[in-house]
Design a protein around this ligand. Structure first.
Ligand code: PSU
Ligand code: MN
Length: 306
C-alpha cells in the first residue's frame, strides 16, 4: 500500500552495520532559499560520507516515500516551489494522494524509524511559539520526540520560539534535552540562550548509550540533542534578539500563522541580517551532521556491548 524506495546505498549500509544518518527535506524547501539550499544539502551529505556514514535525505515524491534521495531528486526538490511541508498529520495524505512533500522533523523521524534509522541531523527543531497561550501553536516535533525512537541532533530549538516554554513541554513529554559539551542550552544561531540545559553530555558514546537505555527501559521516544553552533559562525544571542522581535512584529502585521509561520520568520531573519543567519544556519547543520555520524557509529558499537 505504501510505495517506498530505499536508496541502495542506504539499504546496503543498514544491512551491514554501516552508520546511517537521516536528513530532513523541509529545511531544503522551506528553510533556505535556492540555490544555497542545494549547496547545503550536497555539502552535508559529503560531510556524512567523509565521516564514514551514509546520508539518507527523506522526502515524499509523487506519493513515494524516499529514504535517501538521489542527487537529481535533491536538485529537483530544491528548485520546486509548490512542495507541501509535511508533518505527522498530513504525511499519509501526501502518500495517498500522490503528492510531493518535504518532511519536517516530525515526519522525518516517522519515516526514518520505519526504515530502522535511529539518528537524524537537522538545524533546529520546532517548539512552542511565542504567544502560544493565545494561538496554541506548539510544533508537532515535540510530540514526535516523545513517541518515536530517533535521536535528533539539532543546534537547539530555533531562537524564534519561546525557549522556556519549549523546555517545559519537552520535560512534560519526557523528552531528554541533551546539550553537547556545555551547560547552557544553545539557541540555534547562538551558542547561548541564557537558559541552563536540562542535561549535558560530553561524548557521542554517552548520547548513543542513553538512547539504548531508554529502549531497554521501554521508554518510548527519542532524544533531542542541542549541539552548539561553532563559535566562528554564531550570531550572538543579544544581537539576534531584536531582529527576531522585528520578524515577529511583521508576522503579526501580516497575519501569518500555522505552518507558514516558521518559514516566514526564518526568511525575515535572513533578510534582516543580510543573509548572515543563512550562513550560520548552514554551518550549524554541517556541525550537527558530523556529530550525528559519531552518534550513529557509537549506537552500533554500544549495542554490541549491551
Ligand atoms: N530547522 C531549520 N530550518 C527549518 C526547520 C528546522 O534550520 O526549516 C523546519 C523543520 O522541518 C521543523 C519545522 O520540523 O521547521 C518546524 O515547523 P513548525 O514550527 O511549523 O512545526
Ligand atoms: Mn506550528
Amino acid at each position: 500500500m505504501i510505495s517506498r524506495h530505499i536508496n541502495p546505498e542506504v539499504a546496503n549500509a543498514l544491512q551491514n552495520n554501516i552508520p546511517v544518518v537521516a536528513l530532513e527535506s523541509t529545511i531544503i524547501t522551506h528553510g533556505m532559499p535556492y540555490p544555497e539550499n542545494l549547496k547545503m544539502v550536497l555539502e552535508v551529505e559529503e560531510i556524512i560520507r567523509d565521516n564514514h556514514a551514509v546520508p539518507a535525505t527523506i522526502a515524499v515524491v509523487d506519493g513515494v516515500v524516499k529514504i535517501g534521495l538521489s542527487k537529481d531528486e535533491v536538485r529537483n526538490l530544491s528548485e520546486k516551489k509548490d512542495v507541501i511541508k509535511l508533518s505527522r498529520n498530513d504525511l499519509a495524505y501526501a502518500i495517498s494522494c500522490r503528492k510531493t512533500g518535504a518532511t519536517t522533523v516530525a515526519a522525518t523521524m516517522i519515516l526514518a524509524a520505519s526504515a530502522n534509522i535511529k539518528v537524524f541531523a537537522t538545524g533546529g527543531v520546532g517548539g512552542v511559539h511565542l504567544d502560544a497561550e493565545k494561538t496554541f501553536d506548539v510544533s508537532a516535533d515535540l510530540q514526535e520526540l516523545a513517541q518515536t525512537p530517533v535521536t535528533v541532533i539539532s543546534a537547539g530549538p530555533k531562537a524564534i520560539l519561546d525557549l522556556p516554554k519549549t523546555l517545559q513541554v519537552l520535560e512534560t513529554l519526557g523528552v531528554p534535552v541533551v546539550t553537547f559539551g556545555q551547560d547552557e542550552l544553545p539557541a540555534f544561531w547562538s551558542r547561548s540562550s541564557g537558559l541552563r540545559s536540562p542535561i549535558r553530555m560530553n561524548s557521542a558514546e554517552e548520547i548513543a548509550r542513553s538512547q539504548l537505555i531508554r529502549e531497554a527501559l521501554s521508554i518510548p521516544g527519542g532524544q533531542l540533542v542541542a549541539n552548539p553552533i561553532p563559535a566562528y559562525a554564531e550570531i550572538p544571542f543579544q544581537e539576534i534578539l531584536p531582529i527576531i522581535k522585528k520578524a515577529h512584529l511583521e508576522a503579526n502585521k501580516e497575519n501569518i500563522s500555522d505552518k507558514n509561520l516558521t518559514p516566514f520568520l526564518l526568511e525575515k531573519v535572513f533578510n534582516l541580517t543580510d543573509g548572515a543567519s543563512l550562513n550560520a544556519n548552514i554551518e550549524l547543520v554541517k556541525n550537527n551532521a558530523s556529530l550525528a555520524c559519531k552518534v550513529a557509529s557509537s549506537l552500533i558499537t554500544e549495542k554490541s556491548r549491551l
